[in-house]
Design a protein around this ligand. Sequence first.
Ligand code: 5AD
Ligand code: FES
Length: 338
Amino acid sequence: MENINFDYNYIKNILLHDDYKTDEKIRLKADEIRQKYYGKKVFARGLIEISNICHNDCYYCGIRKSNRNIRRYRLESDDILECCENGYNLGFRTFVLQSGEDFYFNDYNLCIIIDRIKEKYPDCAITLSLGERSYESYKVLKSAGADRYLLRHETADNEHYKKLHPYNMSLENRKQCLYNLKNLGYQTGAGFIVGSPYQTVENIISDLKFMQELNPEMIGIGPFIPHHDTVFRNYDAGNIQLTLKLLSIIRIMFPRVLLPATTALGTISPTGREQGIKAGCNVVMPNLSPLKFRKDYELYDNKICTGEESAQCIECLKKRIESVGYYLDMSRGDYIME
Ligand code: 5AD
Ligand code: FES
């Protein structure tokens, strides 16, 4: 890295201290690298939250199974197809199907849905974000036509992982799932929460090291935001500056990675996503879920865009992206291979 001695000690130093000049240098470097590979493009992904039913109980997450105060919903395959149609007409060429870990979505049911989407929209990419599944299941879904899979590792430190999740979840299995996805040829997304309870700078370094080993095509990070019905309701939200610095560091470490300016980033600050784009992000994920269920997919408090029509969401994002000198690109936006 020219002019920057980019080793882990240096990164730790950046993360621990706010120094305007250094932080700006990192940001500009990240921006330069992103532009080298992706120009001024910011790719759009249409997010469809297909179910908020979850058998897991992550301590930070608003749709965890112990939360009795939310209305649970699940979309039928016709509803999902309708979201895709709506999205396709708005120009989307990637659909992200995301849900809690809902046993209803077994391989059989999912294959029917993937099949129907691919048949109607063969020019679109399908990204799944459905949590931990078996190697066999990932394999079947890949054969059915899924192209990409998002599964954040959440934290790469074992002790920290145990503080964020119940005893029956393990980091080992999480990592295994990610390696399985990579081996099966999915464009694979990992990622972690910035400023989750008990997180240390060492933990973040472990996250970066793990991702260097995995070499994911996509990385999703966003600040922790407490949800009022979870174990972590009284913990502080993650820091936006730290998140932005990490986005730039990730862009420099993973030059061609697909890196979204997340909804969580837009939730902790009204200009969070614009700042994310300036820091090296090249993806946004507007919500295509049916309006009547938007508020029910509340992973954390005050989640934005829960009252907007999909068309409004995309218009708003388009303007935001242009306000910082980039433009919204509606193509599939696949990972650039070497
Ligand atoms: N704050 C921030 N991010 C969260 N996620 C879940 N709950 C929260 C929260 N309270 C993130 C997790 C998950 C992704 C879909 O949302 O990282 O993988
Ligand atoms: Fe559903 Fe964590 S609470 S996967």
